[in-house]
Design a protein. Sequence first.
Length: 135
Amino acid sequence: PVEILTENTKSYLQLPLVLQYAFDINKLRLGLRAGILNSFRLDNDTDISALSLEIEDFSSLDIMHRKRPRNRRKDRVSYRPAMTAGLGIEYNFSNRLGLVIQPTYERDFDKTKVKRNKKIHSQSLSLNTGLIYKF
């Protein structure tokens, strides 16, 4: 058996275009938000920082910091739009201090090719929490 492990890093600049509506109920503030996340790729060169090949009955072969040849075509995805939606709950302990809990769902508009005939949408579900202090 052959095992190939790779590691790639890509950097994006995200510019959100989000609408939010919030209303207060006593010490609670509930908010709904939805919009588009515009992600722009910052680096066009794919850098494989670690490549490891392990073949049975042979020793491991490690190749580090291999860059793509210049004559190859640049990565096609430099702009990636995604939709985002979330619900925020803020509990105010006082006029200045509050606790925030915000579940968020994100889904890419573009499909990513996984196999020959199969494409999928990248999606994520996150839970953001924190304390807010108002000056």
